[in-house]
Design a protein around this ligand. Structure first.
Ligand SMILES: [Zn+2]
Ligand SMILES: [Zn+2]
Length: 350
């Protein structure tokens, strides 16, 4: 079968590898859609020193069950499914796993001591049967591929949490920011303000239901704008979804109200500075949002799927680009230069 091999940097090749074989408790999925994630782009921009190349990738995926391992019931060949990625599998035994928080299992994403992860940029992929979620007909494969991103947003709402009387600000207009905004509005936040730097993305944020109000931080001071929009108080909850080298955690602390909460969803790879004086004075809750698992016993992936299937989330406007597996390099180029391509989510269709 064909798969994309990533050699670090913009060096991607389509290669032949053996078909995966399902062991006990596993299924093989014929991949129909796999999203290119911001985290996939770090090694594309620059080979990562902590990674041994080549690697396979693609953890935002959906498809059709093509083979079922021994001793499994309740699933059938031909079934359409969304996939929770394999790197989120916990050990099942530690205290975090036992209370359902497998996303913070210290041995997460390992089996028999070896790291496991999904490789959706392939024709077929091996999945733990606990991580497949049957899709209702109205949810397309491309939409289902984004469920991984929506599940992170659901976890963000759970972590902070966001309540109906809360005003929410979100910094960032990428797929993470827009899904966070859509989920916040779907669960009934009073007001959602999305802050970005480009008018086109902010227009998309409004059009796809991610924002009640938008603020262009390249034109106005975002902190002042948020204060004005909230009667001088600041928002109850702010989500940082940009990461990288940005001063956005500090900005979130400036635009939340006294006793407000900040959720960090973006990925940071180095230290950031934070002025503790204001955070202390306002007694801000700073919370990290890392992946997802369960919310009061319910899988957060399933919560995202149910919201999408009920028409409360709009995944379609986020799918801006599609490419076949053979031309995945083009897809990565679009995803890597969002300014020029206008890409929000690029979907690879193997
Ligand atoms: Zn991702
Ligand atoms: Zn564990």
């Amino acid at each position: 079968m064909k798969t994309a091999m990533l050699y670090g940097g913009p060096n991607l090749r389509i290669e032949d590898v053996p078909m995966p074989l399902p062991g006990p408790g596993e299924v093989v999925v014929r991949v129909r859609a796999a999203g290119i994630c911001g985290s996939d782009l770090h090694g594309y921009r620059q080979p990562r020193p902590d990674v041994t190349y080549p690697i396979r990738a693609g953890h935002e995926l959906s498809g059709v069950i093509s083979e079922i391992g021994p001793d499994l019931s309740g699933l059938s060949v031909g079934q359409r499914v969304g996939v929770e990625p394999m790197h989120l599998i916990g050990c099942g035994e530690c205290s975090q796993c036992r209370r359902g928080d497998y996303h913070i299992c210290p041995r997460r994403g390992r089996r028999a001591g070896k790291p496991v992860h999904s490789a959706g940029f392939s024709e077929y992929d091996l999945v733990d049967a606990r991580n497949v979620f049957p899709l209702p007909d109205q949810v397309s494969f491309a939409e289902a591929a984004i469920l991984d991103v929506y599940a992170v947003a659901v976890h963000g709402i759970n972590r902070l949490p966001v309540k109906p009387f809360h005003s929410v600000a979100i910094i960032g207009t990428g797929a993470v920011g827009l899904t966070q905004g859509q989920v916040a509005r779907a669960v009934g936040a009073r007001q959602v303000i999305v802050i970005g730097t480009r008018d086109e993305s902010l227009e998309t944020a409004r059009a796809c239901g991610a924002a009640d109000v938008v603020v262009n931080a390249s034109k106005v001071d975002p902190v002042r704008a948020v204060l004005e929009l909230t009667g001088g108080e600041g928002v109850d909850v702010a989500f940082e979804t940009v990461g990288g080298h940005t001063p956005t955690i500090q900005q979130c602390c400036e635009l939340v109200t006294y006793g407000g909460k900040v959720g960090v969803v973006g990925l940071f790879f180095e230290s950031v500075s934070l002025d503790p004086r204001q955070a202390m004075r306002k007694e801000i809750d700073l919370r990290w949002v890392n992946s997802y698992s369960t919310w009061e016993g319910v899988r957060e992936y399933q919560i995202a799927l149910d919201l999408l299937a009920a028409g409360k989330l709009q995944a379609r406007p986020l799918i801006t680009h599609r490419t076949p597996l053979d031309r995945i390099a083009e897809g990565f180029a679009w995803a890597n230069d969002k300014q020029r391509s206008g890409a929000i989510k690029v979907i690879v269709e193997p």
